[in-house]
Design a protein around this ligand. Structure first.
Ligand code: SAH
Length: 456
């Protein structure tokens, strides 16, 4: 180990910052945030430092640092002037006085350095490459920022309170066992899902030595296909799953992000192949959760938009199985963004309507009159097979035959393809081509923006 990370109680530390430019400002900001006692010595300072000084949060000495400057013994001195010679002289002065120094201009003469910090106080994650490569430090920090949601503050505070409750009542060995069981229970996720009362009751049961089932269902929207469009919460819950039931629309790249040891079961529905009927899926979710498993129900897009997610959780609610629902980017949003077709636009459409073009008994039963509206965008899910019929009905009910229409094939995926035409041309266009599911249909004058706004 090249360096030793220690966590200081900043409130008990005196920092002297020599310099008032951009680097000094960054350090001062961090130190003030941590509650340190900060003095800045510099003839000129940034507006930020000046504002902190005006607010009484730092002591500002508006002067050049003296050649025979004296520093308090035990202080932490940050040398952040733009002049390396000055930094070197002051480093020697500070050390002579018994202070520790951090030079921001060189790496190999420091008593301490600042790590990058992911701040979810009381949880802190410090990242450092020991000064070797700030770019890598930043990169890792940014990744951690994304994976440790801000809500971890609440989780950490909650655990801190529980910890003080346990301190007097248990031996240290039994505390360790308790915490292991607690972390594996649903309690942490319940806190993150803002249901502290459920976490409280699980905690009580664990404290009384009762077995608590970890059985729970996460109904998660996986978005339209591009794994980059998953939400942080979706990814976190995916990584916790023991059993996964997934649909046809969940892309292989997303499936590859599931834990290797999770049991993965395909329950997808192609149009005519209902591999597991809906009632069967509902029951499977209940059964697995009641066995104590963490069950992930992973669905394409958003689970509550043409996803039958509502039916699945109705069953769970009836069986008393805990669940949570994670929204996903629905196909309409994904396809619209990735094809450069805004669903609303002040010059084209003030409203948007999502409908299903699913054909039942050879007909597509939609409230046609309501769909004909000049400033409304129409988004049709599951509309490929019924496309000729849909175009024909829209025209028959009064939509102009030259209304622009787009068919977004495999939206957001690497092989996405956007086909455009008009209500009258699209049926024959589709007939001669091998267009593959999933496809989403967008009807309305916004489609004309595709030529200008396409970016992929
Ligand atoms: N719950 C999903 C929709 C399920 S219905 C959601 O919110 O997106 C299935 C229909 O969604 C498909 O027939 C297709 O019309 C549309 N769809 C889903 N993913 C798509 C994609 N990547 N590209 C185009 N259409 C898609």
């Amino acid at each position: 180990m090249i360096n030793l990370p220690l966590v200081h109680n900043a409130k008990r530390c005196d920092f002297v910052i020599v310099g008032g430019g951009a680097v000094a400002t960054r350090k001062v900001r961090t130190l003030v945030k941590a509650g340190a006692n900060v003095t800045v010595i510099s003839p000129e300072v940034s507006d930020d430092i000046q504002a902190l000084a005006d607010a009484g949060q730092v002591t500002l000495q508006c002067r050049s640092v003296a050649d025979d400057e004296t520093y308090p013994s035990g202080a932490y001195v940050v040398l952040a002037t733009e002049n390396s010679g000055v930094n070197a002289v002051q480093a020697a002065r500070a050390r002579t006085a018994g202070a520790s120094i951090c030079r921001t201009d060189i790496q190999d003469d420091n008593d301490f350095i600042f790590p990058a910090v992911v701040d979810r106080s009381p949880l802190l994650v410090a990242v450092s490459t020991s000064g070797a490569t700030p770019a890598l430090t930043r990169y890792v920090k940014e990744r951690l920022e994304a994976f440790i949601p801000d809500d971890y503050r609440r989780l950490a505070s909650w655990m801190e309170t529980l910890r003080s409750r346990l301190r007097d009542s248990r031996t240290s060995a039994s505390r360790t066992g308790f915490w292991r069981r607690w972390m594996r229970s649903q309690a942490p996720e319940q806190i993150l899902a803002r249901r502290p009362e459920v976490a409280e009751s699980i905690t009580e049961q664990l404290l009384q030595g009762q077995e608590v089932s970890a059985g729970e269902v996460f109904l998660v929207g996986a978005g339209p296909g591009d794994p980059d469009l998953l939400t942080f919460r979706a990814l976190r819950l995916m990584q916790m799953a023991e059993v996964v039931f997934y649909d046809r629309l969940v892309s292989p790249k997303i499936l590859a992000m599931l834990p290797a040891d999770a049991e993965k079961r395909y329950v997808g529905k192609a149009r005519s192949d209902h591999s597991v009927p809906q009632e069967g899926i509902n029951q499977l979710l209940v059964d697995e959760a009641l066995k104590g498993k963490r069950v992930l129900r992973l669905k394409g897009g958003d689970p509550f938009i043409f996803g039958r997610g509502g039916e699945e959780i109705e069953e769970l609610a009836a069986a008393g199985v805990p669940f949570q629902v994670v929204p996903g980017i629905t196909a309409a949003s994904g396809c619209s963004a990735y094809s450069g077709i805004p669903l609303t636009h002040r010059d084209h459409a003030q409203s948007v309507r999502f409908v299903t073009g699913h054909i039942r008994n050879d007909t597509c039963d939609l409230p046609w009159d309501e769909l004909i509206h000049p400033s409304q965008t129409l988004v049709i899910y599951m509309g490929l097979v019924g496309l000729p019929q849909i175009c024909e009905k829209l025209i028959a009910h009064g939509m102009p035959a030259d209304t622009p229409i787009a068919l977004v094939e495999k939206g957001t995926l690497p092989d996405q393809c956007v086909h455009t035409g008009t209500l009258s041309s699209m049926p024959s266009y589709v007939e001669g081509r091998d267009i593959q599911a999933p496809t989403l249909t967008i009807v309305g004058s916004v489609v004309s923006l595709h030529e200008k706004l396409r970016w992929r």
